[in-house]
Design a protein around this ligand. Structure first.
Ligand SMILES: *Cc1c(COP(=O)(O)O)cnc(C)c1O
Length: 492
């Protein structure tokens, strides 16, 4: 006898609003012990709706199943390899979560007295010191909530510095491979960004830099290793050129995963940098937060850092220090994203200095290993060696298959698509990180090689992929131009 085992399919997975039965609820409230009053006696009757709001009515178990089923549809670092270039989608060790959930950290209130939260303050103070050590910079603020806010904070510091010297500088230079947030941060700070060209090998074109830097240049914002995956070893020379005009060197530290324990930005001439804890230090990552973007500065910029700063008093206790006359002020409510900072601290402490060095060495090895396995079938526009990521271009004689098609086809193989079409046209940017095993790296390389073969045998299969997901190829332009964000009952 054949038993039909049919699990609910995605296409018959209704919205919460379409499930449940009238009167069902996932909450049981005690009977109210205060007398009911007429709504119209407290709210202007004109503002009251004639009907109660349409809310889902569903029991607890069905609610749990609804969200569990949706959760299983997600691509996530815990479920799948996620080689998203520039994003460092590494595994988030569970010990970080354990530390952050300790009641002394998790239940603190931001208005609590300093004497009640000495443990958290000590942790933040130590984390500050570790980041100072890792970056080779004089002082770090933990306040900004993300890399992009770190960039804004850094530029505000740089502008305050120039102003303190009686100068207003309105130009910020960014290499053509810069992350979109770099020019955006310039604009937010009221400055113009000017693009500096790169050479064919991915390094900054020094002649172009020399021709554009001047007395109106506030800073050069550089990412190194850069977004095409190469470390620009001209960096000290770049720093000299920039400093020669009185400008500052800003490092976008998103790629610190290639450098931990190997090189320190402060040693190669950087004046300001941000970290992305959610990239380098394994705090959760995605959907816009929560993250943290600590900013480090060289000695001459300390006075301008945001307040309050966590400090250690002579008697060994910890405190928030508010006096810093030239400070740019506060850039975020309270003290920053402290739960994320506990995770970053735990990560650093659980690895130690040797462990962090090992992270970067393995991240670099993993990227170069993948590049070596793929270079016979894919075009690698920049010569190796690579830092912790690399760029490849699908360039084939047949099939008219684009980078988008390959990214989509990878989903059928169980892999999250790499970063696409940035920072150069038609590319895939692959960052494996150090936490992937050799079998996973090999499976990913095998998938890309199989797709390269498939381009010759069945290009249509690639062009119509993915085939294994609830929604196949989407009209992405249409979704952006005409987003439908309203719930509509009974839409099929
Ligand atoms: C991720 C990233 C940023 C922005 O950082 P967020 O933390 O996402 O705001 C900036 N620059 C580069 C190169 C990045 O990869």
């Amino acid at each position: 006898m054949e038993i039909e085992t049919r699990l609910p399919q995605d296409e018959d997975h209704p919205l919460l609003f379409e499930q449940g039965t009238h009167g069902a609820s996932a909450a049981s409230m005690p009977v109210s012990d205060v007398p009911a009053i007429d709504r119209a006696s407290v709210v202007d009757p004109e503002l009251l709706s004639g009907n109660p709001p349409e809310m889902p009515e569903i029991g607890e178990l069905d609610l749990v199943r609804h969200y569990t089923r949706l959760a299983h549809r997600l691509f996530s670092v815990d479920a799948n390899f996620y080689p998203l270039g520039s994003c460092t989608m590494k595994y988030n060790p569970r010990v970080n979560e354990k530390a952050a959930a300790m009641p002394g950290f998790a239940s603190l209130h931001p208005y609590q007295r300093e004497s009640d939260c000495q443990g958290t303050l000590e942790l933040l103070y130590r984390l500050r010191n570790y980041l100072e050590e890792i970056s080779g910079l004089a002082e770090v603020t933990l306040q900004p909530s993300a890399g992009a806010q770190g960039e804004m904070t850094g530029l505000m510091i740089i502008n305050a510095y120039h102003r303190s010297r009686g100068e207003t500088r309105t130009q910020v230079l960014t290499p053509d491979s810069a992350h979109g947030t770099n020019p955006a941060s310039c604009t937010i700070c009221g400055q113009q960004s000017t693009t500096v060209r790169s050479k064919p090998d991915g390094r900054v074109d020094l002649d172009d830099l020399r021709s554009k830097v001047g007395t109106n240049t506030a800073a050069l914002m550089i990412t190194n290793p850069n977004t095409v995956g190469v470390f620009d070893e001209q960096i000290s020379e770049i720093a000299e050129i920039v400093h020669g005009c009185g400008a500052q060197l800003y490092l976008d530290g998103a790629n610190m995963n290639a450098m931990l324990g190997i090189a320190r930005p402060g040693d190669f001439g950087v004046d300001v940098m941000h970290f992305n804890t959610h990239k380098t230090f394994s705090t959760p990552h995605g959907c816009g937060g929560p993250g943290a973007g600590p900013v480090g500065v060289a000695e001459h910029l300390r006075d301008f850092l945001p307040v309050p700063q966590v400090t250690r008093r002579d008697d060994g206790t910890y405190a928030w220090c508010h006096d810093r006359e030239k400070s740019i002020g506060k850039v975020r409510s309270f003290y920053g994203q402290s739960g994320v900072l506990v995770r970053a601290y735990t990560y650093i402490r659980s690895l130690g200095a040797d462990g962090l060095l090992n992270v970067s060495q393995k991240a670099v090895l993993a990227a170069n290993y993948l590049a070596a396995r793929l270079r016979h079938r894919y075009h690698l526009p920049f010569p190796p060696p690579y830092a912790h990521e690399f760029i490849l271009i699908p360039k084939f004689d047949t099939g008219n298959v684009s980078e988008l098609d390959i990214a989509k086809r990878l989903i059928d193989h169980g892999f999250h698509p790499p970063t696409m079409s940035w920072p150069i046209q038609h590319c895939l940017m692959i960052e494996p990180t150090e936490t992937e095993s050799l079998p996973t790296l090999d499976a990913f390389a095998d998938a890309l090689l199989a797709i390269a073969d498939e381009i010759e045998t069945d290009p249509e299969k690639i062009k119509s992929s993915p085939h294994t997901t609830p929604i196949t190829r989407m009209d992405e332009v249409g979704a952006n131009r005409r987003p439908n964000v309203r719930w509509q009952p009974n839409v099929s």
